[in-house]
Design a binder for this molecule. Structure first.
Ligand code: CDP
Length: 226
């Protein structure tokens, strides 16, 4: 059967990654978390004190940065930076606070998009992010746009962080989600918006299984058409 590309975009903490991971598992496809790539770059910049206002420093750092993914013993994809597992630190609030600013930078986007297109060359991929259906793979066979009520998103993110033994007040999370959505939607380079032909899924009142079923249904329909 011909392999397809599934592109999932949308606001922060709407359940994109959870859904994309499970859809990829069901289809036997590769899952790529593009947000993890921007988070890893942000973490590198923080660790190396890169000044975002200095284009030469940014370019030099980008030439050095190697973000890769490896499947762990539980079959879950984890993010590596310079060969080290950074799955936990890239989810910290320190990174969440800066990642959208870093993601506005054109050289950062160019470097990440080039890598993402390479990863999608063979198709058979589910990728989630903000610009996957609009910029990275505008020709994707399936495009989905996720949205959800802000409070629901904030409580879901709080629970995810709690699972990693980090307690963050829900108001702090709300402020971060609002701030990131605003920067992501209003930036000049590849702003977050619904791609042409994308199906909207509002995850406020539905379960993860229902989200997954809906995307799998769209993927199967696209495979039949292909
Ligand atoms: O998990 P969450 O929904 O909070 O965000 P994420 O997918 O990990 O993405 C973190 C940030 O990376 C976003 O807020 C965007 O600023 C940026 N990003 C982007 O600009 N383009 C993408 N394709 C993916 C993420």
């Amino acid at each position: 059967m011909r392999k397809i590309i599934v592109a999932i975009d949308g606001y922060s903490a709407c359940g994109k990654s959870t859904t994309a991971k499970e859809v990829a598992r069901i289809l036997g496809y590769r899952y790529i978390d593009s947000g993890a790539m921007y988070r890893a770059v942000t973490y590198y910049f923080q660790q190396h004190h890169i000044a975002l206002s200095n284009p030469r420093e940014v370019d030099r750092a980008l030439k050095n940065i190697k973000v890769t993914f490896k499947i762990n013993s539980k079959g879950i994809s984890e993010t590596y930076l310079q060969g080290l597992n950074v799955e936990d630190p890239i989810r910290s609030m320190a990174v969440s606070h800066e990642v959208s600013q870093v993601s506005t930078l054109k050289p950062v986007r160019e470097a990440m998009v080039a890598q993402q297109r390479k990863l999608g060359k063979q198709k058979g991929i589910v990728m989630d992010g903000r610009d996957i259906g609009t910029v990275v793979f505008p020709e994707a066979d399936v495009k989905v746009f996720f949205t959800a009520d802000l409070l629901v998103r904030a409580f879901r993110r709080q629970r995810e962080l709690l699972d990693k033994e980090t307690l963050i007040e829900v108001d702090t999370i709300i402020d971060n989600l609002v701030e990131r959505d605003k920067i992501d939607s209003s930036r000049t380079e590849s702003p977050l918006k619904k791609a042409d032909g994308a199906s909207t899924i509002d995850t406020t009142h539905i379960t993860i299984d229902e989200q997954v079923d809906e995307v799998v249904r769209l993927a199967v329909a696209a495979m039949i058409r292909a």
